[in-house]
Write a protein that binds this ligand. Structure first.
Ligand code: COA
Length: 212
């Protein structure tokens, strides 16, 4: 298995669905069905992104989608509810989870959302550490939230529309890119979020971003 190469973050297409469901089963234990993910693709209130090793641009030669990360949030009022974040197990620990979360937060900001929130298993230390790095704080606990009786921690991050949050996105992006590139990833970030490209350019330009 190739563990590095070209990396794209983009909205998924219908052709990606089987790979998405398969990845969900491998790293989220079968959270949503194919219909569930299809609904997310169709919903105007969902921001759904995948990390892929295949260029999503139309190509005369159809290629097999290779999805290695999935992330989704729901826009509810001025809140981004992060519902899914998963990296394929062989690809974990390289910085890809951070990269995907960065994309989701940037998409949430571009969507004019103010806050980001999610539930995480009390035992899920890697995910809690990841969210802490991006300024999420625990604001509550939902007792026996999961079907197996485990508690959920409620995490919260405000200030997505603040100017300093944009600066933080830029600061976070640089070391993640360096780390990914060191591991052999060619990172692409060509897609605009919801027609608003200005922040993407700002983030990209500030780091001499290459579009391989
Ligand atoms: C949580 C998850 C998305 C992280 O993705 P990843 O690509 O492995 O994470 P990264 O390599 O980007 O690491 C980001 C940070 O997360 C934390 N982290 C990641 N793996 C960790 C581990 N095994 N132990 C402790 N912290 C860990 C660290 O703070 C890390 O930053 P650092 O490497 O600079 O120390 C991934 O482990 C996953 O898919 N887990 C299963 C699904 C899941 O639990 N999703 C979250 C539901 S809320």
């Amino acid at each position: 298995m190739v563990l590095a190469g070209k990396l794209f973050c983009h909205s998924p297409s219908i052709e990606d669905l089987p790979a998405i469901v398969s990845l969900d089963q491998r790293c989220l234990g079968g959270l949503w069905s194919e219909n569930g993910y299809r609904r997310e693709m169709d919903s105007p209130n969902s921001l759904f992104r995948v990390l892929s090793t295949v260029d999503p641009a139309p190509s005369p030669v159809p290629s097999t989608p290779s999805i290695i990360g999935i992330g989704c949030l729901w826009a509810i009022l001025d809140e981004a509810h992060i519902t899914v974040l998963g990296i394929d197990p062989p690809y974990q620990g390289q910085g890809l989870g951070q990269w995907l979360l960065l994309h989701l937060l940037r998409a949430a900001r571009n969507r004019q959302l103010q806050h980001a929130t999610l539930e995480v298993r009390a035992s899920n230390n890697p995910a809690q550490k990841l969210y802490q790095k991006f300024g999420f704080q625990q604001v509550g606990c939902r007792r026996r939230y999961y079907s197996d009786g485990e508690d959920a921690l409620l995490l919260w991050r405000s200030g997505l529309q603040n100017t300093d949050f944009l600066q933080q996105l830029i600061q976070w992006q640089a070391p993640i890119l360096i780390r990914l590139r060191r591991q052999g990833w060619h990172v692409s970030d060509e897609l605009c979020e919801d027609g608003n490209c200005s922040e993407n350019r700002m983030i990209n330009d500030s780091n001499g971003f290459d579009k391989n």
